[in-house]
Structure formats: C-alpha cells, structure tokens
Design a binder for this molecule. Sequence first.
Ligand code: ADP
Ligand code: ZN
Length: 289
Amino acid sequence: MFGALEAGGTKMVCAIGDEFGKIQEQVSIKTTTPEETIPEILQWFKAHPVEALGIASFGPIDLNRNSKTYGYITTTPKLAWANFDLVGTVKRELHVPIGFDTDVNGSLLGEVTYGQAKGLKDAIYLTIGTGIGGGVMTNGKLLHGMLHPELGHMPMVVHPKDTYKGHCPFHGTCLEGMAAGPAIEERWGKKGSELADRQEVWELEAYYIGQALTTLILTLSPEMIILGGGVMHQQQLFPEIRAQVSSMLNGYLNTRQLNDMEHYIVPASLHDDQGIMGCLKLAVDSLHE
Ligand code: ADP
Ligand code: ZN
C-alpha cells in the first residue's frame, strides 16, 4: 500500500492506494496551522500504514535535494506555513521513503501515468483556480530547474480594451492577476460560477489563458496541455482558448497535435483525482531512488 498527501492551502487530502493509481481510502483535513494540521495527518497515516508516501504541495517549496531546506515550504504567503519542514516532519514520524513535488507537478504526473496523457514525455498541466499554477514534464521528467516553474506569474500583454489593474500583489497584471478566480470576481463583481452566460467574461478569460498557452507551446513544445481548477469548470472556455491559441500562432507551427486542438488542449481526465493519483506515483518512484 502507498500513501498520498495532496497538501493544499485550504485542505490536505490524505489517501492510500496501489501502484495502479487505485485509491482505497481517503480523508480530507482542513489546512489551518502546522501545529494543528500535521498531527491529524500523522495520526491518519499511522492508522493506515504505507510502504512509501508521495507528497504534492502548494508552494513555493524547496525541491533541491542538496539544499539544507529540501522538503520545506518556503516563502509562501500562507504565513503559518512559511519555512515549514514538511517532508522532514512527516519522515521523522512515519519512517518511510517520501517523494515530493509541487501540487501541479503531482497532478501532471497523475495524468501522464494514469490518465489521458499516458506515455507522453512532454506535457503541461495548468490549474486555474484561486491561483494559477503549472506543472511541466519535459523529456519524461518533471521540471524543477532553479526552483520550479511558476507559470501563473508570467507577464501578460493586457488586452487593449481592458482597464482592470490586476489582482497579483507582486505583478498586478500577470496571468494569475488577470485570470484566476479572484480576478474574475473582482473585475466583474460576481463569482465566475455566476457569470456563465456572460460571453465577454469568457472571451477575455480565453484571451489571457490562450496567450499564456501560446508562450508555453513556443517555449516548451508540449505534446498536450491539460487544464484543471475551478474556473475551467466553465466548459465554454475550451473552444475559446483553442481559437485564441490558433489565432496567436497564426499558422506558424504545423504539427499533428496543433491540427487536432480538441485533443491537444484538454480538461483533466481523472475526475479531480489526478493530484492524489500523482502522489501515489511519487510514492512508488521514491522506492527506486
Ligand atoms: P483552489 O484553487 O483553491 O484549489 P479551485 O480550483 O476550486 O480551488 O478554484 C477556486 C476558484 O475557482 C474560485 O475563485 C472560484 O470562484 C472559481 N470557481 C469555482 N467553480 C467555478 C465555476 N464553476 N465557474 C467559474 N469559476 C469557478
Ligand atoms: Zn504575479
């Protein structure tokens, strides 16, 4: 049995399952402070022993194995969790190998191992929710680099008719600042879920998401882009985003994938279990490290 911990800013999902991604049992614990939340997590895993554990966490996190703060949540705006040794704390109590990566790399790994992106070596997972984050697999490996990708904060060319100042405290009009759930709510005065029939909302949303995807296609050459998160429940966004990407690429690239956009820019395929399933794979992989 393998363990999975999807560490989010609002909830921690703990699960056990097998190497085929089959989840046996899971529980959701509210994220408050480490002092409160961590003992609950440990208690659950002590009652559900595992051979190895995979953790996919909100961040920024330290993924550099040579760093003194490997396994820490680092400079997060969730202050109670800043500079918290997540991997070390769990490892000291459970004594099993631990695989660790970003939440979005976890979701991507789930899709690449068990979902529609199975077998692909170059793929991207972007979540558009309270924030925007992206996981990247390149040449079969989850990309970390200097830190890890922070796709949500890429700069945007602001639409000529758009006067919104943006929601990101660091950059204003970055992708997250223009297109995450809170930006939609502030710009239009209503939650995204209440704006389904306002075409202009989703046209503008697709303008920014499509712009980001165009940059990602040109820089990382992914074979598939998977879009998840609460905002992407607005299914009408998919055709708009695909059209925006086609328009911006303007025929410059001619690949099998780009000629079949419906199978290239796609919704997540694992019923919101992609994160937990990715954690199971992180656990399996940690045994071989
Ligand atoms: P989180 O990012 O916190 O993990 P979600 O991915 O569910 O969680 O994203 C929450 C955000 O998505 C909120 O800003 C919410 O307003 C927005 N959202 C949730 N459901 C919908 C929907 N059906 N349509 C548009 N926006 C939505
Ligand atoms: Zn930003």
